[in-house]
Design a protein around this ligand. Sequence first.
Ligand code: NAI
Ligand code: COI
Ligand code: MG
Length: 355
Amino acid sequence: MPKQIVVIPGDGIGSEITAAAVAVLQKIDKKHGLDLAYSYYDAGGTAYDKFGVPLPDDTLNAAKNADAVLFGAVGGDKWDDVDPQLRPERAILGLRKGLGLYANLRPVQTMDELIAYSPLKPDIVRGTDVLIVRELIGGIYFGDKCEQETYKGTVRAWDLENYSIPEVERIVDLAMQAAMKRKGRVTSVDKANVLATSRLWRKTATKIAEKYPAITLEHMYVDNCAMQLAIKPTRFDVIVTGNLFGDILSDEAAVLGGSIGLMPSASIGKETSLYEPIHGSAPDIAGKGIANPLGTILSAALLLRYSFNAEAAAVDIENAVKKALADGYRTADLFSDGFKKANTADMTQAVLANI
Ligand SMILES: NC(=O)C1=CN([C@@H]2O[C@H](COP(=O)(O)OP(=O)(O)OC[C@H]3O[C@@H](n4cnc5c(N)ncnc54)[C@H](O)[C@@H]3O)[C@@H](O)[C@H]2O)C=CC1
Ligand SMILES: CC(C)CC(=O)C(=O)O
Ligand SMILES: [Mg+2]
């Protein structure tokens, strides 16, 4: 039986970058005999325009029944005035919740070839290798929300941050397990000096760490963490944090790797996992064929590693990406004089040529 991959391109650059990743998967499949099959489903603004909802039941059901999901991105200014419950972003939130994807792994490494592209000094970013473990189906993104008209016609709104002990336990546990296979250090990031949810988070993380005597756990406030990432990123091994802080810190950390266009992620729960780049639908460059496909191609490598246990094939993709960069190919987000300017198709070809 072929392994079923549900591909959800979404909006903006989503179709361009998922097409690149599928081309790479097809070639890797031929080489490694993985027997992969693909089916395509709508989500986001594209689905809203066709069906009036951002996450059709067909899409969610197909994702649930798949062996793995490859996701592009959703959203765009075009849907800014849509009812908040029907916004394109509800599609990815709904998929995460619907599939129970409580852990989002966002690895950030600074490749030697790309040190020059970070706006930070080479001596600061060289050797960066951080795994951000972000809680993905709790916290403020999923708490009660209210957008209310008051009697004076002004709007009052709130979003409730909400975490339970089991939700924190399972994500910290996963971070500890990841650290066991890395350098053995976990930084738990919170805002425990102000937030009750963060105090619960900190206490729970401390308790879970007792099971892992080989791991060094430190606690850090999120504001300090944002700064430490910019001044001494090599001090971090695994960062574990809540949904909102993880979202923000991972976009910041992307700068260490050279460009957000390079950054992959794996979203993991009990059953089907989902793989997507960390960036959004980039409406400013959509349809121009210039998006960097490498974040999605590297997400496809994570898909092979985590969902299909195909380590050799995953490493093959990662090496092909490194070689394309070492050979001087650069999409616009990474380009400077002296390199080979590549659009999405050129960069995809450069990777394919190395497989
Ligand atoms: N998982 C998802 O589907 C996500 C969706 N979004 C949505 O995406 C839309 C745009 O959000 P933004 O804040 O603009 O964030 P964004 O990540 O889409 O773009 C931020 C900047 O990075 C650039 N960029 C992003 N990906 C790139 C790539 N692969 N190659 C080259 N440059 C790239 C964009 O051109 C832009 O200048 C919004 O509707 C937002 O809600 C944002 C983040 C995640
Ligand atoms: C669009 C949001 C729902 C999510 C986001 O920004 C992210 O997961 O990085
Ligand atoms: Mg984000």
